[in-house]
Design a binder for this molecule. Structure first.
Ligand code: KG4
Ligand code: ZN
Length: 323
C-alpha cells in the first residue's frame, strides 16, 4: 500500500512515497533554511510563502522518483501539528485538496510522534513497547510507546527545546543558524570539562529544562571578546552536559517503564557525540537511531507513521485543521 506523506511543519517542504510503512520509494525535501540564516531563526512568513510556492513541484518530484502516480496512492498522511500555523496550513490544504479530488483517504498526524517512526523505515524495527526520546528544534519529549496509537507522554521540556538551546548557544558564540551542527563541529576541538555548566532541575524527573544552561552560557560570553579556543571549550562543555542530561533522563524512563528498548529521533540525533555517548553509557539498554538522512524533518516518517495509524482504524475528515 503506497502512502503519500506531506510535511510542512517548519521550514521544510517535504513529500514522500512510502510502501507499507517501511520502504521509502521517494523522500523529496526542499528547505527554505538559506533564507532564514541571516535572521538567526526561522521567519514564519518566509517559510509558509516558500512552502506555498514549492509544494506542487515537490509533490510532482516525489511521485516521479517513486515511479507512481496519484492513482497508485491509497492514503495521504499529513503533519497536522505541532508546528508553525501558516506552514502547517499549506501542507494540510494541499493534502485535503488531493484527498477530495482523487478520493483518497486522509490522515493528520502528530509531528513529534512521527520523528520516532524514522527508526522504522528501511530498517530492522525495534520491538514494541519501548521508550522514545524525541529531541528536535521545537520539542524535547520522552514517550512510552505501547503501540503507535497508544503513546503516553512521560516528560517534556518546560522551556526551550534541546535543538533550540543548541541554536541559541550557537548564536551567542557568533555562529549562523542552525547552531546545532556548528556547535557539534566546534565541540570536537574543545575541552568538555573546561566549564561547569549544568541543566536546571525540574519538578517532575522526566521533564527537561534547557533555558538555564543557555543563560549560563550567555553570562559566560556577555561583553567578552572570546578566543577561538574559549569558544570551542564552551561548545564542548555545553554539548556534553546536554547529552548527559538526555541520557540520564532516558535511562530513568526505561527503568520506570521496565523496558530495555530506547528509540531516539529528531534533528539533534544527527549529532555524532550524542550517538556515541548513548551507545557507551546507556548500559543494558538497546538504543535505536534513525539513519542521519531521516533525523531532520521529512515526509517519509509522516507517511510511515500515518500508515500505522490508518491500520489501527484512524483517519481524518476534510475538517482536518492545524493544531
Ligand atoms: O527535527 P528538526 O529538523 O526540526 C524540528 O522539528 O524542530 O530539528 C532541527 C534541530 C535544530 O535545532 C538544529 O540545530 C538541530 O536540530 N540539529 C542539531 C544537529 N543537527 C541539527 N543539534 C545538535 N547537533 C547536530 N549535529
Ligand atoms: Zn521535527
Amino acid at each position: 500500500m503506497n502512502v503519500l506523506g506531506i510535511e510542512t511543519s517548519c521550514d521544510e517542504t517535504s513529500v514522500a512515497v512510502v510502501k507499507n510503512g517501511l520502504r521509502v520509494l521517494s523522500n523529496t525535501v526542499c528547505s527554505s533554511l538559506n533564507f532564514h540564516s541571516k535572521y538567526g531563526g526561522v521567519i514564519p512568513e518566509i517559510a509558509s510563502r516558500m512552502q506555498l510556492e514549492t509544494i506542487t513541484q515537490v509533490a510532482q518530484d516525489a511521485l516521479k522518483v517513486a515511479r507512481v502516480s496519484l492513482k497508485d496512492i491509497r492514503l495521504i498522511s499529513v503533519t497536522s501539528g505541532p508546528g508553525l500555523l501558516g506552514s502547517l496550513l499549506v501542507g494540510i490544504s494541499f493534502a485535503k485538496s488531493l484527498s477530495l479530488s482523487y478520493d483518497i483517504p486522509l490522515i493528520g498526524i502528530n509531528h513529534v510522534h512521527s520523528h520516532l517512526y524514522a527508526n522504522f523505515l528501511n530498517a530492522l524495527s525495534p520491538r514494541l513497547p519501548f521508550v522514545a526520546l524525541v529531541v528536535s528544534g521545537g520539542h524535547t519529549s520522552l514517550f512510552y510507546v505501547k503501540d503507535f496509537h497508544e503513546i503516553e507522554t512521560l516528560g517534556e521540556t518546560q522551556d526551550d527545546a534541546c535543538g533550540e538551546a543548541f541554536d541559541k548557544v550557537g548564536k551567542l558564540l557568533g555562529m549562523g543558524y542552525p547552531g546545532g551542527p556548528l556547535i557539534e563541529k566546534m565541540a570536537t576541538l574543545g575541552d568538555t570539562g573546561k566549564f561547569k555548566f549544568q541543566c536546571s532541575g525540574t519538578n517532575r524527573p522526566l521533564d527537561f529544562s534547557f533555558s538555564g544552561i543557555k543563560t549560563a552560557v550567555l553570562y559566560k560570553v556577555q561583553g567578552k571578546k572570546l578566543k577561538l579556543k574559549e569558544k570551542r571549550d564552551i561548545a564542548a562543555s555545553f554539548q556534553e552536559v546536554v547529552i548527559d542530561t538526555l541520557i540520564r533522563k532516558a535511562m530513568l524512563a526505561c527503568k520506570i517503564k521496565k523496558t530495555k528498548n530506547l528509540v531516539i529521533g529528531g534533528g539533534v540525533v544527527t549529532n555524532n557525540r550524542l550517538r556515541v555517548k548513548f551507545l557507551e553509557e546507556a548500559t543494558g539498554i538497546k538504543c535505536f537511531f534513525p539513519p542521519r538522512i531521516l533525523c531532520l524533518d521529512n515526509a517519509a516518517m509522516v507517511a510511515g507513521f500515518g500508515y500505522q495509524l490508518f491500520k489501527k482504524g484512524q483517519r481524518s475528515g476534510l475538517d482536518l485543521t492545524a493544531e
